[in-house]
Design a protein around this ligand. Structure first.
Ligand SMILES: [Zn+2]
Length: 231
């Protein structure tokens, strides 16, 4: 699979890696990879070609399309509620999780990133609020593509509550940088996602049966995004 590196600004890059997007962010003193993608052979070498700063890795959550390059790192930030999911993809257990919790701030030097815990898509999904850019780096929950909500670990009620949590912070960011779908997105997406998820739970939207990864689920085209949900 091929990938593309696109510079967003002087200190931010997005890597379009097939179906997933991940980010390299730099501050005055450190660099952070936000996820490690699907198919880039060595994300550490890729980052080193863009910055000389000491590099750390954070995962927005532990789904396989976000952690496949983690092997280049001995340790990485992850919310502990995704630890079980992470080690399911990495048997025997490799890599050390450095836990990040809701409200933690990662400082890259004049660039503070606040961790916002958003359970629902996975129990340990997090977003990063980049205060320097007024941007929410959202991972998978907030996007206009396919939002995976079927199978173990996913939970729609928590998703709705997490979306409302982000809506309460919407005065602090002007854009959303998601891991899938269009880039960037407006915070106006958030209430539309919340309303769509509510309608699905109330069974007001027709779902279409389909199968992926051997799991049958219902696909809801909610206009704003597609939700793939348990039956
Ligand atoms: Zn994903």
């Amino acid at each position: 699979m091929s990938y593309e590196v696109i510079r967003i600004d002087e200190q931010s890059w997005r890597i379009e890696d097939g179906g997933v997007r991940f980010f390299l962010l730099t501050g005055d003193s450190a660099a952070l990879l936000v996820d490690s993608g699907m198919s880039v052979p060595n994300v550490r070498e890729l980052a080193a070609s863009l910055t000389d700063l000491p590099l750390r890795l954070l995962n927005t959550h532990a789904d396989v399309d976000h952690v496949s390059g983690n092997g280049a790192f001995e340790e990485f930030y992850l919310h502990p509620s995704d630890a079980a999911l992470y080690y399911r993809w990495h048997e025997p257990r490799t890599g050390r999780i450095v836990p990040v919790w809701d409200g933690d701030v990662i400082d890259l030097g004049s660039r503070e990133l606040e961790v916002i815990h958003l359970p629902g898509h996975t129990p340990g999904s997090i977003a990063l609020l980049d205060r320097s850019r007024r941007v929410l780096i959202s991972g998978d929950p907030f996007q206009d593509g396919d939002i995976f909500m079927f199978g173990p670990h996913r939970e729609m009620h928590a998703y709705i509550l997490s979306t409302e949590k982000a809506m309460r912070r919407a005065g602090e960011f002007d854009a959303i940088w998601p891991s899938h779908g269009s880039f960037p997105l407006s915070p106006a997406l958030l209430p539309r996602l919340r309303d769509a998820a509510e309608r699905i739970l109330r069974r007001e939207l027709p779902g279409r049966e389909q199968e992926m990864f051997g799991m049958r689920h219902l696909r809801y085209d909610a206009g704003v995004a597609r939700f793939l949900c348990d039956q």
